[in-house]
Write a protein that binds this ligand. Structure first.
Ligand SMILES: Nc1ncnc2c1ncn2[C@@H]1O[C@H](COP(=O)(O)OP(=O)(O)OP(=O)(O)O)[C@@H](O)[C@H]1O
Length: 268
C-alpha cells in the first residue's frame, strides 16, 4: 500500500554492534535467501542490537514487535476500527512489514499464545502470504520481507514453548554473553568507561552467571553491565552503581543479594 511511509522504518545511523562470531555473514546469507531467522539467547545479550545493525547494513526497514501473552493475532495482523465515518481497516505491524518489504522482528515470540504465533506460518514457508481473514484479503509478501524472531531457551517450559511446526520454519543463530575481552570492549564503548572499569564489571557478571541455576534464574546481562558503567560514568561510586544496576534488579533474596554485593566488593 503506497500510503505507508517506508522511510520511517529505516535505521538512519549505524548502530554500534561488535560481532561475536560469524553471525553477520550467516545472517546476510539467510537474508539473501529470505529465510526466516530465529535468534536464541538470554536476555540482554545483544539480539535486538544485532537486528538493528543488520537492518541498517542491508538498508532494510525494520519493524519490531515486543510480544506478550495478551497479544492476539489481530494485534499482529490488523483490525477494523470504528471512526466517525464508519469502520476502517488498520494494518497490524506484521501486515505493514509484509507490504513494504521490511524485516519484522518479533521479540520474545514465545510469550505470545500459540494461536497468535500460527498466523506467521503462511509467511514463513514458500507461500509467503498473509491472509487477512476478517478483511477478506490475501497479502502477498513483498520480495524483501523477512521475519526474525527472538527466543530465550532458558525460560521455556513445556507449557510455554514454540511448537515444532513453528520452530522448524526458521534457521537459528545462537547468541550468548560474549567472551570477557569482547564484552569488556562493548561495556567500555557503550558505558563510556575505561577498559579497567569495564573489565571489573565483566568479572562481576561472570561470577553471577556461575550462580545461574544455583539460586539465580539468570546471570547479569551485558545490558545491566552497560547500565552500571553509565552510572559510574555519571560519577556514582562503583559499589553503589553495581548495587543499583547489577544486583538489585537480579534478585529479591537477601542471601543472594549479599553474595552478589560481596562479589562486587572484591572487585571495587
Ligand atoms: N555484540 C554487541 N555489540 C554491541 N552492543 C551490545 C552487544 N551485545 C550486547 N550489547 C549491549 O547490550 C545491550 C542489550 O542488548 P539487546 O537489547 O540487543 O539485548 P537482547 O538480547 O535483545 O535482550 P532481550 O532479549 O531482553 O530483548 C545493548 O543495548 C548494547 O548496549
Amino acid at each position: 500500500m503506497s500510503e505507508i511511509d517506508r522511510d520511517q522504518y529505516l535505521i538512519k545511523d549505524e548502530p554500534y554492534y561488535r560481532p561475536v562470531q560469524n553471525e553477520v555473514v550467516m545472517y546476510e546469507a539467510a537474508y539473501d535467501a529470505r529465510m526466516p531467522v530465529m535468534l536464541k539467547g538470554p536476555t540482554g545479550c545483544g539480539k535486538s542490537r544485532f537486528v538493528e545493525y543488520m537492518a541498517w547494513k542491508i538498508g532494510a526497514p525494520l519493524i519490531t514487535v515486543a510480544c506478550n501473552e495478551d497479544m492476539t493475532a489481530s494485534d499482529l495482523v490488523g483490525r477494523f476500527l470504528l471512526d466517525i465515518n464508519g469502520t476502517k481497516w488498520q494494518d497490524g505491524p506484521l501486515t505493514v512489514a509484509a507490504r513494504i518489504g521490511a524485516i519484522c522482528y518479533l521479540d520474545e515470540v514465545v510469550e505470545a499464545r500459540q494461536d497468535t504465533t500460527v498466523v506467521i506460518h503462511p509467511l514463513t514457508d514458500h507461500r509467503r502470504q498473509l491472509p487477512l481473514e476478517k478483511k477478506g484479503e490475501l497479502v502477498h509478501a513483498h520480495p524483501d520481507f523477512q521475519i526474525v524472531i527472538s527466543y530465550n531457551p532458558g525460560y521455556q517450559s513445556l507449557m510455554k514453548d514454540l511448537k515444532q511446526s513453528t520452530k522448524q520454519r526458521f534457521g537459528a543463530l545462537d547468541f550468548d554473553y560474549p567472551s570477557a575481552d569482547i564484552e569488556t570492549e562493548i561495556v567500555a564503548h557503550e558505558g563510556h568507561v575505561d577498559k579497567e572499569t569495564a573489565e571489573k564489571l565483566v568479572q562481576v557478571a561472570q561470577r553471577s552467571r556461575n550462580l545461574k541455576g544455583h539460586g539465580l534464574d539468570e546471570g547479569m546481562s551485558t545490558r545491566l553491565l552497560v547500565y552500571a558503567a553509565q552510572l559510574i560514568g555519571k560519577g556514582i561510586d562503583p559499589q553503589s552503581a553495581c548495587r543499583m544496576a547489577l544486583v538489585r534488579p537480579l534478585t529479591d533474596d537477601p542471601d543472594m543479594r549479599d553474595t552478589l554485593d560481596a562479589a562486587v566488593n572484591t572487585y571495587f
